[in-house]
Design a protein around this ligand. Structure first.
Ligand SMILES: NC(=O)c1ccc[n+]([C@@H]2O[C@H](COP(=O)([O-])OP(=O)(O)OC[C@H]3O[C@@H](n4cnc5c(N)ncnc54)[C@H](OP(=O)(O)O)[C@@H]3O)[C@@H](O)[C@H]2O)c1
Length: 334
């Protein structure tokens, strides 16, 4: 049996926003799997801001995607052929399968899901973004009941989960997002106590108003001006979780925080983390978060766009703020 796979490969390193020319669309055929491997029909591809960093030259926390390689991506799909003892035809799986319609895997880093699992949810709250929110907030941010948790990128996959977990832990949750509609959704649908529109509000004024007791935990997804404004509103002993800096990913040189002396004045600490370091604890976190979802205390929102061929344009939604929740591509079944 052979599988005709459509692939999206990195053709050139972008400067600024990735334009269509940095991608190649290729077709190839996958034969029956070799011993110890299996073939996955990819159904959903996760689009993540981190992909922009993976396109750059030079090693980060993972090696860069090489020119000519299939673009690295988390994805979910179904096993359609197998020569692997632990994976059967019909198994639902998630893993780093790349931006392609069929992938070959040896099972490393692959999660096998329940037969009735929802694939987009397993790329969202029960997948990498959910793990990021859970460990970043609870392990690094260490929120205490009654404290104020401020999160930027709050209407995104990680941010919306951070705010909801903060509420579950008895904290005041304040989100920063772009536009009044996203802010409305945060307070009305996700249970945030307040939301700040960084595109429309004066950040300094809004932070004073929405965080009257200052900020005990700032979970930073965006960096730039929002980080500086948050530093100006810290409570004594605050924790700043450096999760990402999406406002800077397409800049040629990253802007760091100007207002960092606030850390000294407020006896605060700022700490970065990479979710992959928590891999051995994912299953426990997913179990707890699955329980919260079953009790109706945690929502997963996925923003699904059809067609793997739309990848170059759809990826840009993340940098234009056009997604609400976890951005995924649905791959048409062959
Ligand atoms: N440390 C880790 O291990 C780890 C793991 C996963 C993700 N991350 C990071 O977590 C962050 C969120 O990821 P995600 O997957 O949940 O993405 P996301 O929040 O679903 O999507 C990105 C959002 O960023 C906001 N944004 C874009 N440009 C911006 C700008 N110039 N200023 C402020 N906000 C801007 C947009 O929302 P608005 O409409 O509100 O502008 C957009 O919707 C990213 O920084 C990502 O790199 C880190």
């Amino acid at each position: 049996m052979t599988f005709a796979t459509h692939q999206i490969r990195l053709a050139a390193r972008p400067s600024g926003l990735p334009t269509p020319e940095v991608w190649d669309h290729t077709e190839s055929e996958i034969e029956d799997p070799a011993e110890g491997t299996f073939v996955v029909a990819v159904r959903f591809v996760s689009l993540d801001p981190a992909m922009r960093g993976w396109m750059n030259e030079g090693r980060s926390y993972v090696p860069p995607v090489q020119i000519g390689e299939v673009m690295r991506a988390f994805a979910g799909g179904e096993v359609v052929a197998t020569a692997h003892p632990d994976f059967a035809v019909g198994d639902l799986v998630t893993g780093l399968f790349g931006v392609q319609t069929y992938a070959v895997s040896d099972g490393r880093g692959v999660q096998k899901l329940a037969p009735d699992a929802d694939l987009p949810t397993n790329l969202a709250v029960l997948g990498m973004p959910g793990m990021t929110a859970y460990f970043g907030l609870l392990d690094i941010g260490q929120p205490v009941e009654g404290q104020t948790v401020l999160v930027s990128g709050a209407a995104g996959a990680v941010g919306a989960t951070v705010g909801q977990i903060a509420k579950l832990k008895g904290c005041r949750a304040v989100g920063v997002a772009g536009g009044p509609e996203k802010c409305r959704i945060l307070t009305e649908d996700f249970g945030f106590d307040a939301a700040i529109d960084y595109k429309g509000d004066d950040l300094g004024v809004a932070l004073k108003e929405k965080c009257p007791d200052r900020v005990d935990v700032y979970f930073d997804n965006v960096g730039g001006e929002v980080l500086d404004a948050a530093l100006g509103r810290l409570a004594r002993g605050a924790r700043i979780v450096i999760c990402g800096a999406v406002s800077q990913y397409n800049e040629s040189s990253m802007r760091g925080p100007a207002n960092y002396m606030a850390l000294l004045v407020r006896r605060a600490r700022m700490e970065g983390f990479v979710v992959f370091d928590y891999a051995s604890r994912y299953a426990d976190a997913a179990r707890e978060m699955g329980g919260w979802m079953a009790e109706g205390k945690l929502k997963s929102v996925e923003d699904v766009v059809d067609g793997i061929e739309t990848f170059p344009e759809t990826l840009l939604k993340l940098f234009r703020g056009e997604n609400m929740g976890k951005l995924c591509l649905r791959v048409a079944e062959a």
